[in-house]
Design a protein around this ligand. Structure first.
Ligand code: SF4
Length: 317
């Protein structure tokens, strides 16, 4: 079957100023996502995971590559042509508060998508809003209140409700629980997990938190300086990581696997600037296993069997 989403050779470029250097925030990313799957996109801040997510749903223009969604090439669709697709792909922001208009009641915030797309009005609209609130575990009374009257976790529920209003197929969550207390994080992740099963949703979950990813994802892609360095099933990434960067990320996480009790070990060195990436393998200045070849030649992301893809000279195909 055709994947829900297929991304090939995706590149997104920026300049920090008109004469500044070209920054390849996304530098040749390939991804496929089957319907119903949850893909975790992980890596340190600045690795390009959020830009990848925003480019995939065309909030940012790609510089190169191809994006296919439900079999349709959406890479260069114009604003008007994108409108129906805006219903099918939704983005959930890290900070729900910043993305909810403080002057509007929650009812008006949730009604907006239905109004913009001319789907419902009057009592039907009110019923739809109430149903959305119930879906995310809030009382329909919430419609009469303002965003600031809610806790962080409740606000993220409202953000998720808004994203679900138009019955999307793909939800891209950008660190959707990072701003929340740990106990609330689990509640939101459980909500996303339930919604996925009940609504038949597909997710890309962008997160620096491996424990979150381990909880909900089927597959994980690890990014470093705009490139995917390793990708595989959740099990293969958490129990059989092959790329030294993935291994370092796991070692740096407080508790990536339940029960794995040990002291987290920070990754040596800082992430290099995307404006001046190291030659060859971008990770070589921080890699314990770096060889002379690593400075010269960029490793290619290759399948090492069973869809476990690795880009490292230690692991020849
Ligand atoms: Fe380390 Fe070389 Fe592999 Fe890069 S290619 S991760 S530098 S061993």
């Amino acid at each position: 079957a055709e994947p829900l989403l297929a991304v090939e050779g995706l590149e997104t470029h920026f300049r920090s100023s008109a004469r500044g250097p070209l920054i390849r925030a996304v530098d040749g990313v390939d991804l496929t996502l089957a319907a119903g799957e949850v893909l975790g996109l992980v890596g340190e801040s600045g690795c390009g995971k959020t830009t990848t997510g925003k480019t995939v749903c065309r909030l940012i223009e790609p510089a190169a590559g191809r994006i296919r969604f439900e079999g349709q090439d959406i890479t260069h669709l114009g604003r008007r042509e994108m409108l129906p697709l805006r219903r099918r792909i939704q983005f959930v922001f890290q900070d729900p508060f910043a993305s909810l208009n403080p002057r509007l009641r929650v009812g008006a915030i949730l009604a907006a998508p239905f109004e913009i797309h001319k789907i419902a009005k009057g009592t039907e609209l009110e019923d739809r809003v109430a149903a959305l609130l119930r879906l995310v575990g809030l009382s329909p009374d919430a419609a009469r209140r303002y965003p600031h009257e809610f806790s962080g976790g409740q606000r993220q529920r409202i953000g998720i409700a808004r994203a679900l209003a138009l019955e999307p197929r793909l939800l891209i969550g950008d660190e959707p629980v990072a701003a929340l207390d740990v106990s609330v994080q689990a509640q939101i992740i459980n909500l996303l997990d339930r919604l996925r099963r009940e609504q038949g949703l597909t997710y890309i979950l962008i997160s620096h938190n491996l424990a979150v990813v381990n909880h909900i994802c089927d597959r994980v892609a690890v990014m470093y300086l705009g490139r995917i360095v390793e990708e595989g099933t959740r099990e293969s990434i958490f129990f059989d990581a092959k790329h030294p960067y993935t291994q370092a990320l796991l070692d740096a996480a407080p508790e990536p696997r339940p029960g794995a009790r040990r002291r987290p070990e920070p990754i040596g060195g800082d992430p290099p600037s995307p404006a001046k990436p190291p030659s060859g393998c971008h990770f070589h200045p921080r890699c314990r296993h770096a060889m002379p070849r690593c400075r010269q030649e960029a490793p290619v992301l290759r399948d090492r069997g069973g869809g476990h893809r690795v880009a490292c000279h230690l692991h020849p195909a």
